[in-house]
Design a protein around this ligand. Structure first.
Ligand code: AQP
Length: 328
């Protein structure tokens, strides 16, 4: 059995990083794997969320998955909070995860900022819940962007800790799949910073819901440099490198091929072509998202039905886990 689990937090509009680093790969993988694509709302509340905005982001995320090409008949698209097994296994695994392992997690350090004392316990324990998400379904593969690599390594360590504690080989270690060219899409304002939903500047990212003019405006304003030609050099030209990577990923070309085509172009021509390529790729997704979001009854029904499917797998696995722990 080859089973995929992956998810995105409904913490706002999805952006090009979520799309190129995660969803685009899921679409390719869904033919060869049994897939669960989750809207990880329990992770979203590790930082404060407005309830109405969260509710709307959950539907928007579901619509983005489907509009991008995830087939809801083939893959299980569901909401994490609708399957209580995630929280339950999260607790069971937190009882055997050493604090020292969590202390190493760089995402907590970045998100908690300077005042760690004020950060929520949930933000700190986030990677244990992520391990539970994956292990609850015995997922064999987990396609994610580069930023989730450390959390996935921890999930493997936690699976090993469970096996050792209960003297079993129950959990197989899930394999990370960090695929494609755009495994870490960077901010359009700063080529050394990850494109992120929580960046204060809207101009740092392209949203899947951005219209053509907004995309053009953001690409035009994207940070560039004074060098001649558009060439890839992560150290010296992080912004040019990021834009080249985005162009290659949306066009489905090798980065070298795009680089060769623009080696003697200026930014103004390159940015115009990049905006055109992005619009050609994203406009159909945006219009399908808009259509789906008008039919909230369809989205809600789909999520409810799929939650039952996920719950059935989760319940059966939790029964086995309870036995191994000694609850029954
Ligand atoms: N910039 C990125 N490049 C490539 N992949 C990315 N992913 C996120 N940002 C990039 C991948 O998208 C999936 C879901 O991520 P998420 O939204 O659940 O969490 P995140 O990684 O914390 O994303 P953000 O945008 O940075 O959210 P906020 O600002 O709310 O923390 C994952 O597979 C991730 O690798």
């Amino acid at each position: 059995m080859k089973r995929i689990f992956s998810g995105i937090q409904p913490t706002g509009n999805l952006h090009l990083g979520n799309y190129l680093g995660a969803i685009q790969n899921w679409v390719k993988l869904q033919k060869d794997y049994e897939c669960l694509f989750c809207i990880v709302d329990l992770h979203a509340i590790t930082v404060p969320q407005d309830p109405a905005a969260l509710r709307s982001s959950i539907r928007q995320t579901a619509a983005a998955y489907i509009a991008s090409g995830i087939d809801p008949k083939q893959s299980i698209i569901f909401q994490q909070s609708a399957v209580s097994g995630h929280s339950e296994l999260g607790w069971l695994l937190s009882c055997l995860t050493p604090l020292g392992w969590l202390n190493r997690m760089t995402q907590f350090k970045e998100k908690a900022g300077k005042d760690k004392e004020k950060a929520a316990l949930g933000l700190y324990a986030y990677p244990v819940l992520m391990a539970a998400d994956i292990l609850l379904y015995h997922a064999t593969h987990v396609p994610v962007g580069e930023d989730q690599k450390q959390h996935l390594e921890l999930a493997r360590d936690i699976a090993g800790a469970f096996n050792r504690q209960y003297n079993t080989e129950y959990f197989k270690l899930p394999e990370p799949q960090i695929l494609g060219q755009a495994t870490r899409v960077m901010s359009l304002r700063n080529g050394t910073k990850k494109m992120s939903k929580s960046d204060a500047s809207e101009f740092s990212r392209i949203h899947l819901s951005d219209d053509d003019d907004v995309i053009r405006g953001k690409i035009q304003k994207a940070k560039s440099d004074m060098e001649a030609g558009i060439t890839y050099d992560l150290e010296k030209r992080p912004e040019a490198s990021n834009l080249l990577t985005i162009m290659a990923a949306v066009q489905g070309k090798a980065r070298g091929e795009v680089e060769a085509a623009y080696a003697s172009s200026n930014f103004s021509q390159f940015k115009k072509d990049l905006a055109d390529a992005l619009i050609a790729h994203l406009a159909p997704i945006r219009s399908e998202m808009t259509r789906l979001l008008k039919d909230t009854a369809y989205l809600d029904k789909l999520l409810a039905e799929n939650a039952l499917k996920a719950d059935a797998i989760a319940k059966a696995n939790l029964k086995e886990i309870h036995k191994l722990i000694g609850f029954c």
